[in-house]
Design a protein around this ligand. Structure first.
Ligand SMILES: Cc1cc2nc3c(=O)[nH]c(=O)nc-3n(C[C@H](O)[C@H](O)[C@H](O)COP(=O)(O)OP(=O)(O)OC[C@H]3O[C@@H](n4cnc5c(N)ncnc54)[C@H](O)[C@@H]3O)c2cc1C
Length: 376
């Protein structure tokens, strides 16, 4: 039987997709669905990440979910004109090795990457297997579609407690700017990204909460608007700089600006996760490093050559202690679910995560992907 009220904690891609797919499910029987978001929709990584999508780059635990999710991105884009509304497009993806210390006459794979220090390149993904979205635009669009469904609501406030009776969840305490309120709920979904681990301990106590260990790793990016529009390519680089330092910045050209991010899976720095998304600030040192790498790779990314800086930012990857996402029913308190720990693949896997959670909550079983290795 459908729950009476579902409260989804977190308005990132995991939370909004869970809300959306639950709201449009034919198995929903009058259920009220509420997103509780502490800051604003897409306030954290879901608003500031790369937005690169890969269909078949995933390990065995998440391969089925990722493939389903990649296809959901394509079908949502078709249904809602995603190319216009959130910059959805398929891309070719290359791996590129750049070495500033060693000149070469190897040809460049792309017109906007100058020859001279590019030692090798190869195709990692094609237009059938890689794509991209603007993650913040996607997450906001999906949240608006969710709110267009009947009996749905967005509450801006911090979830700070659970009402539990006889081992069952009965409500969520939320701190809003108007004070503390108790939302009645017989189903709660934790989609709080990197805050999920600490929130789980706060809401469920140490014994249950400790099983949901998810923390954050900070990673930076800059968004540049180039003078000329570049081809739709994403690059996974290995760059040796003139001083011999090696890094692996990723480049995602976008229809409206080029995003350069140093994130590779699991990478990040040690800056502790701040209490809320609105307390996240980038390090000027990390940003300066990214600008140096960008300008070294191609003059198109050099501020001296006219590239305009649209954003200098950072966000936190939600990293599960156990190394793979936590998606499913939480044991210990009835009515609690989790969708978190999506690491560096949350934009790819967000729609699939939302769909499988909606199936589990409303139908009692997951039909769309094999998430058997992701149970919390
Ligand atoms: C630099 C960078 C680049 C990335 N690039 C890519 C990429 O190219 N492709 C890809 O697939 N993935 C990428 N990722 C990963 C992806 O962005 C994340 O996995 C994904 O956004 C996580 O989504 P989420 O909804 O789980 O969490 P978040 O987006 O972190 O959202 C969690 C939300 O929960 C809210 N919240 C927390 N606590 C509470 C509370 N107590 N009450 C109410 N609300 C609360 C927060 O305010 C926040 O809005 C990247 C990540 C980073 C950092």
């Amino acid at each position: 039987m459908s729950p009476k009220t579902i409260v989804i904690i977190g308005g990132g891609i995991a939370g909004t997709c869970t809300a959306y797919f639950t709201a449009i499910s034919p198995h929903r029987q009058g259920t009220k669905i509420i997103i509780v978001e502490g800051t604003k929709i897409a306030a954290a990584a879901s608003g500031y990440s790369g937005g690169f999508l890969a269909k078949d780059w995933h390990g065995s635990a998440t391969s089925s979910l990722a493939a389903k999710s990649f296809d959901l991105h394509a079908s949502l884009a078709k249904e809602y004109d995603g190319s216009v509304n959130w910059g959805y497009r398929t891309v070719e993806t290359l791996s590129v090795e750049y070495d500033a210390t060693r000149p070469t006459i190897s040809p460049s794979p792309l017109p906007w990457l100058p020859q001279g220090h590019l030692h090798s390149s190869r195709i990692l993904g094609t237009h059938s297997t890689t794509a991209q979205v603007h993650p913040g635009q996607f997450t906001n669009f999906i949240s608006r579609q969710f709110l267009k469904q009947s009996n749905t609501e967005l509450v801006i406030g911090r979830a700070s407690g659970l009402k539990i009776q006889d081992g069952k969840v009965k409500g969520v305490e939320v701190k809003t700017e108007n004070g503390v309120e108790m939302l009645e709920a017989d189903c709660v979904v934790l989609c709080a990204g990197p805050w999920t681990g600490s929130l789980a301990v706060e809401l469920l106590g140490k014994v249950v909460g400790k099983k949901l260990g998810v923390t954050g790793h900070r990673a930076h990016s800059v968004v540049l608007k180039t003078k000329e529009r570049l081809t739709p390519h994403c690059l996974f680089t290995s760059m040796t700089m003139e001083d011999g330092s090696v890094d692996e910045p990723e480049v995602y050209t976008r229809p409206d600006g080029e995003l350069l991010t140093p994130v590779s899976c699991g990478a990040g720095d040690d800056e502790p996760l701040p209490p809320t998304a609105s307390d996240i600030h980038p390090s000027p040192i990390a940003i300066a490093k990214l600008h140096r790498q960008a300008a070294t790779l191609t003059p198109h990314f050099s501020r001296g050559e006219g590239a305009e800086v649209l954003a200098e930012q950072c966000c936190y990857l939600p990293i599960a202690d156990r190394g793979r996402p936590l998606i499913g029913k939480v044991s210990g308190v009835e009515g609690v679910y989790v969708g978190s720990g999506l690491s560096c693949w949350g934009i790819t896997q967000g729609p699939g995560t939302g769909l499988v959670l909606s199936e589990l909550i409303l139908e009692g079983k997951v039909k769309s992907a094999d998430i058997s290795k992701l149970a919390p």
